[in-house]
Write a protein that binds this ligand. Structure first.
Ligand SMILES: [Zn+2]
Length: 266
């Protein structure tokens, strides 16, 4: 990655959203904290605003009410004429214009920044900065651009949006370790923006990035019911390369062990 250019336009306004998915509790409780103590988000060169993205789903501890808010930031939704019958999240998407989105995932992702390729330079340097600040903590960058598809997530409507995923809590679970880590990472992210605004030099570096190459569905019955799950040897090994050996198994059947589904590699 090349060195980061000195900003011609410093970042002046930062929004930290949480509760896009109402059952991801670390971000939910962090924003509740920041709303009570907003000084924790402030830095000299910019103002940061905590935002509750999906209050109705948060109150219900559900991922969403009518439509996944994190899939609602598309032009057809955002440009459509509002009606009383609109799904709750479509109405909410029109109200929001945020920058940074905090998520929990049930996958064992560790710390994962998700960014569009067009937002590459700043976010790659941010990821590298977090790696340097947190030695030993896996911090990865996933470039999430689906070929031929319009972007649809909350951070995609901002100038330099990025999504921070941390896993793996269960749905609705608040884990103290992940809560503390997310809070510390947010402080590091805001410190990075402050250094960027001050014109600090960020030299070139090398970094691994991850891309979405495709999807593999679970094994299913003729009625489309689940017929298998992730093999124990692969469970929780997110971001690790799949084995190329013929004995490697991606799925294990739920009932019978005689028809094991074979290999998938990337
Ligand atoms: Zn989420």
């Amino acid at each position: 990655m090349c060195s980061l250019p000195v900003p011609q336009e410093p970042l002046r306004q930062v929004a930290v959203t949480r509760g896009t998915h109402g059952n991801e509790m670390c971000g939910v409780h962090l924003v509740r904290h920041w709303l009570q103590a907003p000084g924790e988000l402030q830095r000299p060169s910019f103002s940061a605003m905590p935002v509750l993205a999906n209050p109705a789903a948060t109150a219900a501890c559900r991922r969403y009410m009518d439509h996944d808010l994190s899939r609602t930031f598309t032009l057809p939704f955002l440009n459509s004429t509002a009606t009383p019958d609109d799904p709750y999240e479509v109405t909410r998407a029109r109200e929001l214009n945020e920058l940074l989105d905090l998520h929990n995932t049930k996958a064992n992702t560790g710390v994962c920044l998700i960014s569009e390729a067009s937002h590459n330079a700043l976010n790659l340097h941010l990821c590298h900065y977090l790696q340097l600040q947190n030695p030993g903590l896996p911090c990865r960058l996933l470039q999430y651009d689906l070929p031929g598809m319009e972007t649809y997530s909350l951070e995609s409507v901002s100038k330099d949006g990025i999504c921070l995923e941390m896993g793996p809590p269960a749905s609705g679970e608040l884990r103290a370790d992940l809560f503390s880590r997310m809070r510390a990472l947010m402080a590091s992210i805001l410190d990075f923006i402050e250094l960027y605004n001050q014109g600090m030099a960020f030299p070139a570096f090398e970094i691994d990035i991850y891309r979405n190459l495709g999807k593999v569905d679970f094994p299913r019955t003729a009625d489309s019911d689940l017929d298998g799950t992730v093999h124990p040897q692969l469970q929780d090994h997110d971001f690790e390369p799949l084995s190329l050996t013929s004995s490697f198994l991606l799925f294990i059947p739920l009932i019978s062990f005689c028809c094991i589904i074979a290999i998938a590699t990337i």
